[in-house]
Design a protein around this ligand. Structure first.
Ligand code: SF4
Length: 433
């Protein structure tokens, strides 16, 4: 049976999850390759900015076509033999993926093992990507946009102090990605100054109408950074942005689960949406996968801080991320138990994460997902094997049903929900609402 037939069967068996979403999740867990002709076309469009992690399934050293400087940030799947409604997908490079973007008759086509699946559209390079700051750095490096231009992604600290202390999260390649990008010639610096960010946003604000939100984020600060605590370091950015352009964008911060006073500080700095990412619900795996967070904060305290943050921001404005599927990582997750077959494994993983969704959603807090990308520069990504596709289909169903059970509003800061309109690119949670 062809791989495309398998997708068709999955779509038939799961009529509540659109085929577009099934293909999107499969692309996110397996990545995509590019034919030389398609890559040449893509190189003329908005390129991948490597906005925080690599989000690739191959290191730059393994990219024989220099995909790292030619591949696009996102693709939009649309049309084709199944008449796909538009779906935006983040580009995760993997030369060994069964998915390949090819160029045919002046159009791009996504193929699965040689069979055409859908058309592929690219986003034009925004004019501000061509501009530079007074210090010569590119706007695209300081304030790239993702999600088809909706979200300004401000990684103001490109390193994390956990891996530096040997306590990095096992699914994360932030520091390794920094190193490989520097070696490949990108002019990365560990910290973006407030002045650089403001200068880049000044340019963007003068010529862009697509961006609607920004996220201030970066690695964790466990000690101090430039003499400042985590909250003191990060709060300066929204403070400056909101002073200059009050309410121009929806403001979000993705930093650690902080004590309540620090969370108030973020709110007072103008942050509207807080992402104290939880990453993985299972208690044992949280200890193993997030050793730094487990040791220095602790899982129970992390949960307490999320609940405290709901008092400060309102529960609908606290959105912890889960790394969806990492609980099935072959090296250490549920999938490592040889005595449990695949179906039972998926059952165990889903029931664990469903428990986490139930816990938060029953309190009005709606987590969201990033589909796990097994990055080979991370500990868990070395085998480059993501969770099974069926896991993602079932997870999205549980997510949607649990949201409906608690009548939760559409999460703010992600644009419109629904197939054909959603723009969130690293998971389908907005496509299925
Ligand atoms: S806290 Fe963990 S996931 Fe976040 S940047 Fe540091 S190592 Fe990566």
């Amino acid at each position: 049976m062809s791989k495309l037939s398998e997708i068709e069967i999955l779509a038939e068996r799961n009529p509540d999850i659109p085929m577009e979403v099934i293909v999107k999740e499969d692309l996110l867990r397996q990545g995509m390759s590019w034919s030389p002709e398609a890559l040449a076309v893509a190189a003329e469009y908005k390129s991948k900015a490597y906005f925080i992690f690599s989000f690739d399934m191959v290191p730059i050293s393994g990219m024989e076509q220099n995909e790292n400087v030619k591949a696009p940030e996102d693709v939009r799947l649309a049309g084709g033999p199944y008449n796909f409604r538009p779906v935006v997908v983040s580009v995760r490079l993997n030369p060994d993926s069964p998915y390949r973007v090819a160029s045919e008759n002046n159009s791009l086509v996504l193929k699965l093992d040689g069979d055409a699946v859908t058309g592929v559209e690219l986003q034009k390079t925004p004019e501000y990507y061509r501009r530079t700051l007074s210090n010569g750095r590119h706007v695209a490096e300081i304030a790239p946009t993702i999600e088809w231009g909706y979200l300004l992604y401000l990684t103001v600290f490109r390193l994390c102090q956990y891996p530096a202390a040997g306590e990095g999260c096992l699914y994360c390649d932030i520091n390794e990605n920094y190193r490989q990008q520097k070696n490949a010639g990108r002019s990365y610096t560990p910290v973006k100054s407030v002045e650089e960010v403001m200068e880049a946003l000044e340019i963007i604000a003068s010529m862009d109408c697509d961006s609607r939100a920004y996220t201030v984020t970066g690695g964790s600060v466990t000690e101090t950074l430039e003499g400042k605590s985590e909250v003191d370091f990060y709060a300066r950015y929204p403070e400056a942005i909101e002073r200059r352009w009050p309410g121009r964008w929806i403001s979000k911060a993705a930093v650690q689960a902080l004590p309540k006073d620090d969370v108030r500080r973020l709110r007072d700095a103008g942050v509207q949406i807080y992402h104290p990412n939880f990453e993985i619900w299972d208690a044992r795996l949280f200890e193993v996968f997030c050793p730094g967070k487990a040791r220095r904060v602790g899982r129970d305290e992390w949960i307490r801080r999320i609940l405290d943050a709901a008092d400060v921001f309102g529960p609908e404005n606290v959105i912890p991320n889960f790394v969806a599927g990492v609980e099935m990582a072959p090296a250490a997750g549920f999938g490592s138990f040889g005595s449990i077959d695949a179906i039972e494994s998926i059952d165990a993983a889903i029931s664990s994460t469903a428990e986490g969704l139930e816990f938060f959603m029953s309190r009005g807090i709606s987590p969201r997902f990033t589909t796990w990308c097994p990055e080979p520069l991370s500990t868990l990504g070395k085998e480059r094997r993501g969770a099974p596709l069926e896991y993602y289909i079932r997870l999205l169903r549980v997510y949607r049903n649990t949201r409906a059970k608690y009548k939760l509003p559409v999460p703010r800061g992600y644009g419109e929900p629904g197939l054909g309109r959603a723009m969130f690119s690293v998971s389908s949670f907005m496509d299925i609402l």
